[in-house]
Design a protein. Structure first.
Lengths: 319, 310
């Protein structure tokens, strides 16, 4: 057990190093430098070059990378060119919004996907199964952002039920009104995101249930006279659902990737929108920090899922 | 003399019988499946005709003329003889933009599918066939590609490259979308390479490349066809998504994504619905039709689900 976790952690280290090198090299290729925008416009090119020299921008790339990593490990990601504030403070204020939205989306995905998968597996080969399969196919094939645009148009602008921008109403005061308003702003994007992310959970759970249905322990329970409902509740569901629960970590990658679109369409002030704005304002320190953070979070999610799965199902441990 | 002749005839007859009784080729099966499913046939014909139409029709449209601003037609209403889908804030015809945009988006999706699927297939075949340390190393690369935030990195690369066009955009995108295919092909190759015909071929000294590409690949071809179709639907979403965010094709080149991006403007999304809704509906219908074709192809490869034999 511990060996597996340790091995998995050891695999993660080179991945993390390669990711940081990649992000660093990409950030160095971006046009522009950190001083031209923030300095007195009368400064000559010579002075800028001097500044760049004493800040180590002419050093070989591995030295610069080393400096960057050392700063990174001290929690210093530099200042934003646009806001003239530490990058960590800016991202920190936005990360919480993205976190709540992603969490709500994930909860709703499971709330919709699990019953559908169980239902389809239980009625394998019947009409119900076919309907769930058609739904899964349809939601998987349509691009996610197109659905968000349509949903925002129908429910946000057309029916005027849900807000179409921001994360909290400006006139909300007090703890509970703010909380409620935040939740209200997240419902539409989270529901739409969840409705179109269920297919993998549904299909996996469906095949899990079908496998479990034909297994010996179910036959034994049946022979003992346990009712079908009880078999589903106590035997099949538990066995089929554990691996699904462990999948949560893998879905982080998808949720973070989707945040770019969700936050753009609903003008939701999270990390995805921050990234898009940073690209438009050429705010490279923020861009670099966000790419690194997203990569790191995906890595962490995959790690947690791998470990959880190896605990649940010893057959798939990393060798 | 007579005996020989009758034997000959018998052989021919037997051969014909054996052919009739043998399982038909996967292409034949797929064709039969389409014949027995009207919806699939209609989808296939619709998608092919639509792709042909936008490619041919866009030859007759002068792009720079079309993209030039004409203030007289500011938000021209749809269903009028000159602008049957209306015009946008610059007075540019939506219908024409839709045709040229569809062509750009579809051609990029086709290119992306061709390149990324080829890479994925080769990667999966090699990784699955050799196994051992090769497989291990290749799977670590796969794991790494899965965790990197590809969309953000693509946006960064697009910002680094000073000038790019549809071809370089396709190449950039293909670096990040081969993983799904490679995973599928690898799993199938793993089970395929343990079969007797591969062992026998290896024992008789066939070269490795020949075994992989001439003997194993035909046996996973049905999987390749299904996967390529489904990736095509997904890849339409990739390019349009990137263009929607504003980092796809360069300014002045319409794409389905840039048309949908019209919806980012609050005025457009509420009042001037014709600027973005047609492109949105087109993408949904196109993706549904293509993935339905993929679903039918998948059904054809699975003997228990086939409709044509029932």
């Amino acid at each position: 057990m511990w060996k597996t976790i340790l091995r998995r952690l050891l695999i993660m280290i080179p991945e993390l190093i390669i990711l940081s090198v990649l992000v660093f090299i990409l950030s160095k290729q971006l046009p522009g430098d950190p001083f031209t925008g923030s300095i007195n416009p009368k400064a000559s090119m010579g002075q800028i070059h001097h500044l760049m020299k004493i800040n180590g921008l002419y050093d070989p790339w591995y030295q610069q990378y080393w400096h960057w990593v050392v700063h990174l490990l001290h929690g210093d990601l530099g200042n934003s060119y646009e806001y003239q504030e530490p990058v960590t403070a800016i991202i920190g204020s936005r990360a919480i919004n993205t976190f709540w939205l992603a969490l709500l989306t994930m909860i709703m995905t499971y709330a919709i996907g699990l019953p559908m998968g169980l239902y389809a597996g239980r009625h394998e080969g019947k009409l119900q199964d076919a309907l769930v399969r058609i739904y899964s196919y349809a939601t998987m094939s349509v691009p996610f952002f197109v659905v968000l645009v349509i949903g925002c148009w129908i429910f946000g602008y057309g029916l005027n039920i849900f807000p179409t921008s921001g994360s909290v109403a400006p006139n909300a005061t007090g703890f509970f009104p703010v909380l409620l308003s935040k939740f209200y702003h997240m419902i539409l994007p989270a529901t739409l995101g969840a409705l179109f992310a269920t297919s993998s959970i549904t299909q996996y759970l469906r095949s899990g249930v079908i496998d479990a249905k034909n297994s010996n322990y179910v036959k034994t329970a049946q022979a003992k006279g346990v009712s079908m409902n009880n078999i589903y509740k106590h035997h099949i569901m538990r066995n089929a659902m554990l691996p699904i629960a462990a999948f949560a970590g893998y879905s982080i990658t998808g949720l973070l990737g989707g945040s770019l679109f969700t936050e753009q369409i609903f003008s939701y002030p999270g990390m995805g929108l921050l990234f898009l704005n940073a690209v438009n304002f050429r705010d490279y320190t923020v861009m670099t920090a966000l790419v690194l953070l997203y990569g790191f979070l995906s890595l962490l999610g995959t790690l947690l899922s791998d470990i959880a799965l190896s605990i649940i199902d010893p057959r798939i441990r990393v060798e | 003399m007579q005996e020989v002749e009758s034997k000959d005839i018998n052989l021919k007859k037997l051969e014909a019988e054996a052919k009739a009784n043998s399982t038909p080729s996967s292409f034949k099966l797929m064709f039969n499946e389409f014949k027995s499913d009207k919806m699939a046939m209609i989808s296939l014909i619709l998608v092919s005709l639509f792709i042909l139409y936008v490619i041919i029709a866009s030859f007759f449209i002068n792009t720079s003329n079309m993209m030039s601003t004409n203030i007289m037609n500011y938000f021209a209403k749809p269903f009028t003889p000159d602008f049957w889908l209306g015009a946008d804030a610059g007075g540019r015809s939506i219908a024409k933009q839709l045709i040229v945009g569809s062509r750009n988006s579809i051609l990029i999706a086709i290119g992306l599918t061709a390149i990324s699927s080829s890479v994925g297939i080769a990667y999966g075949l090699i990784s699955g066939y050799f196994g051992g340390i090769t497989d291990l190393a290749m799977q670590r690369v796969y794991d790494f590609m899965m965790i990197i935030p590809s969309f953000m990195i693509i946006i960064e690369i697009v910002n680094i490259i000073p000038s790019y066009n549809a071809i370089s955009l396709t190449l950039i995108l293909s670096m990040f979308y081969w993983m799904g295919t490679s995973r599928l092909i690898r799993a199938q190759t793993l089970s395929e390479s343990n079969k007797d015909y591969v062992q026998a071929s290896r024992a008789s000294g066939t070269s490795t490349l020949k075994i992989i590409f001439k003997q194993i690949m035909p046996n996973v071809s049905s999987l390749i066809i299904v996967d390529t179709t489904i990736s095509f639907a997904e890849n339409i979403g990739v390019e349009t998504g990137l263009s929607y965010l504003g980092f796809g094709l360069p300014m002045g080149t319409p794409s389905l994504g840039t048309l949908i991006a019209n919806a980012n403007d609050a005025d457009n999304i509420t009042t001037y619905w014709w600027t973005w809704l047609p492109a949105t509906i087109e993408i949904i219908v196109l993706c549904l039709a293509i993935s339905y074709i993929g679903a039918v192809l998948r059904r054809a490869t699975n003997a228990t689900q086939r409709r044509s034999t029932k």
